[in-house]
Structure formats: structure tokens, C-alpha cells
Write a protein that binds this ligand. Structure first.
Ligand code: FAD
Length: 300
């Protein structure tokens, strides 16, 4: 199919882009186009015009920033950073290994070459990897409109299927992913029908060890509920590890039970709700073990 007729503007400044969106309530931002253009072609979206942000200066940077004590900090990802560039960024991967772990599962190389990580966050697909990672890490998105700038917490970004909490006239200018702190470890796994397809179920986990004991443990689930879901797994793991060979089976099973109690797996033509629940259980034990091992390897 072909898209319906649509207007097109390519502003050269953020002010101009914000004005174009404010002046036309039916306009949409065009970033990498890897989700929006298929929606236009299938006529599932019919905006009056596209505000192409690809000519805006200063939005294509990946910045690895140290925290006040020189250890923490994080990765700031500009709105025009392509998935492929963030995936290849060694400094970003060192600061926050979950970025590379998750990005390697995002789509296929040609789509990663064009699609933007911030666009993926705003697109708010519950099956996408990066909104779940942002929510898990407690990251955020900077947004701008003619009304000013604001920060949206990753946990508040996705409010429904393909629905973000951004107003129609807001542009996401960057995303902030906190670095892995001392003692923390991460894990990521997903199951899809083919490499590069959207996941049937995916889990990202973050664990922190102190003296060999788990003091922080949570997991984020993608493609299970309508939105990415973060579950606190600490109650199941608090006394369950020596930090060297992963938690024991009973504690991992308890963590999976806790997760399943918090999730409402949905069924569709790709997978039944029961199958998604099964995948969430299996992947929870897998990624928590991986995160504990990772934290142990990194040391405290
Ligand atoms: P666009 O398509 O340009 O925009 C998407 C939406 O976000 C639009 O509504 C647009 O208005 C809005 N938007 C974009 N940027 C901004 C901004 N800065 N401010 C405000 N609004 C903005 N993604 C995954 O996560 N995992 C996958 O496994 C996966 N598989 C894919 C497989 C295929 C075959 C295809 C075609 C896509 C797949 N994707 C997948 C989607 C891909 O990651 C997209 O790049 C991403 O979802 C959107 O990024 P984009 O830059 O292309 O955004």
C-alpha cells in the first residue's frame, strides 16, 4: 500500500521543529522512520504532515558522563543516535552493559542502521527492548516543546500499547541511561521466532551484591504485558546467594513466582498467554542467574 498524502517539513533548529508541531496538532515527528513509515504505508497512521528532525544539530551524540563521585554517571543518547551507533559504542557498553546486551536483539542490521533508540522509546511498543531497559534502570527522557523542557521518568514513559506520555507537540531530545553502579550486574535474554523479530517475551535483570548477598534485584519484562513491567525480585532473593555461582534453584524459582504474580501475560497470534507466562518464568531464572554472576565478576 501507499501512504495517504502527507505534508513534509525539515526544520533546521529545535525551535523551528517545536513551532511546526505546535502549529499543527495532526503533525508527527519523523526520526529513523523504521516504525512510522510502515504505519503510514499500511495507513494505520495518517498525520497531516511529518516534521523530519534529521537535520537538527546536536542530537546525534552519545555522551558517557561520570557521576559526582567519578564512578556512577550514565549514558546520554541524543534523539538522532541510531541503534547501530549506540550498539557499537564501547564507552557506552562499559558504562551500562545492558545497552549492548539489549540492542543486539533490536531488529535487523539495516533497521538498526536507520532506527533511533530515542524513537524506539517514544514509539512505546511493549515488545521493544529499550523502553523496558530504560524503566529497569530508572532512566529518563528529556522532552522539549514551545511550552518548555521537562524530564519524563522511564517508568512513566509508556502508558499503553504504542502510547507514550509525550504530548503531540513534544520532541524527545535525548534519553539518559544510568551507569551500572558498584556491585551491580545485569542480564538480558529474549525469545523470538527468528533472530531480529520482535520478542515473544524478553527479560532484563539488574542485581546488586554486597558481601556476596543480593541487596537489590529487579527485572523488566517486554512483550508480556501491554507496557514494560518492572518487578522487584528482592523479597525472593535477599538471602540466597554466595555471589560466585549464581543463586540456587529454590531462590530462582521463588523469584519467577514473584514475577508471575505481578504480570498479566497477554495472548495473540504469535503466542498464547500461557506460553508467554512459561517464557517469563524460564527467562527470569536465566537472566537473574546471569546478573548475579555478572555482579560477582565485576566485584564490589
Ligand atoms: P520513527 O519510525 O521515525 O518514529 C516512530 C514513532 O516515534 C513516531 O510516532 C514518531 O513520531 C515518534 N518519534 C520518533 N522520534 C521521536 C522524537 N525524538 N520525539 C518525539 N517523537 C518521536 N524495535 C525494537 O525495539 N525491537 C525489535 O525487535 C524491532 N524489530 C523491528 C523489525 C522490523 C521489520 C521493523 C521495520 C522495525 C523493528 N523495530 C524493532 C523498530 C525499530 O527499532 C525502530 O527504529 C524504532 O521503533 C523507531 O525508531 P525510529 O527512529 O525509526 O522512529
Amino acid at each position: 500500500m501507499k501512504p495517504a498524502p502527507v505534508g513534509y517539513v525539515r526544520p533546521s533548529s529545535l525551535e523551528e521543529a517545536c513551532r511546526a508541531l505546535a502549529d499543527d496538532p495532526e503533525a508527527k515527528v519523523l526520526a529513523g522512520g523504521q516504525s512510522l513509515v510502515p504505519l503510514l504505508s499500511m495507513r494505520l497512521a495518517a498525520p497531516s504532515s511529518l516534521v523530519d528532525i534529521n537535520a537538527l544539530p546536536g542530537l546525534a551524540e552519545v555522551e558517557v558522563l561520570a557521576g559526582p563521585d567519578g564512578t556512577d554517571g550514565g549514558v546520554r543518547v541524543g534523539a538522532l543516535v541510531r541503534h547501530a551507533d549506540l550498539l557499537a559504542h564501547d564507552g557506552a557498553a562499559r558504562a551500562q552493559p545492558l545497552l549492548r546486551m539489549a540492542l543486539s536483539h533490536v531488529a535487523h542490521a539495516p533497521i538498526r542502521n536507520r532506527g533511533t533508540t530515542v524513537g524506539s522509546l517514544v514509539h512505546a511498543d511493549a515488545a521493544a527492548e529499550m523502553p523496558a531497559v530504560l524503566a529497569l534502570l530508572g532512566g529518563s527522557v528529556e522532552v522539549l516543546s514551545t511550552r518548555g523542557a521537562r524530564t519524563v521518568a522511564g517508568a512513566d514513559l509508556v502508558v499503553g500499547p504504542l502510547e507514550s506520555s509525550l504530548a503531540h507537540d513534544e520532541i524527545a531530545t535525548s534519553a539518559w541511561f544510568p551507569a551500572l553502579a558498584a556491585g551491580q550486574g545485569a542480564g538480558f535474554a529474549e525469545i523470538s521466532r527468528r533472530q531480529g523479530d520482535y520478542a515473544l517475551c524478553g527479560v532484563a535483570a539488574l542485581v546488586r551484591l554486597v558481601d556476596g548477598y543480593v541487596v537489590e534485584a529487579r527485572a523488566a519484562y517486554l512483550a508480556v504485558d501491554d507496557t514494560p513491567t518492572v518487578v522487584d525480585l528482592l523479597p525472593a532473593l535477599a538471602d540466597g546467594t554466595d555471589g560466585t555461582d549464581g543463586t540456587d534453584g529454590a531462590h530462582l524459582d521463588a523469584a519467577a513466582d514473584l514475577a508471575l504474580a505481578a504480570l498479566s501475560p497477554c495472548g495473540d497470534i504469535h503466542a498464547t498467554a500461557q506460553y508467554r507466562a512459561h517464557l517469563a518464568r524460564v527467562l527470569t531464572t536465566r537472566v537473574v542467574r546471569e546478573a548475579v554472576r555478572h555482579a560477582g565478576e565485576r566485584g564490589e
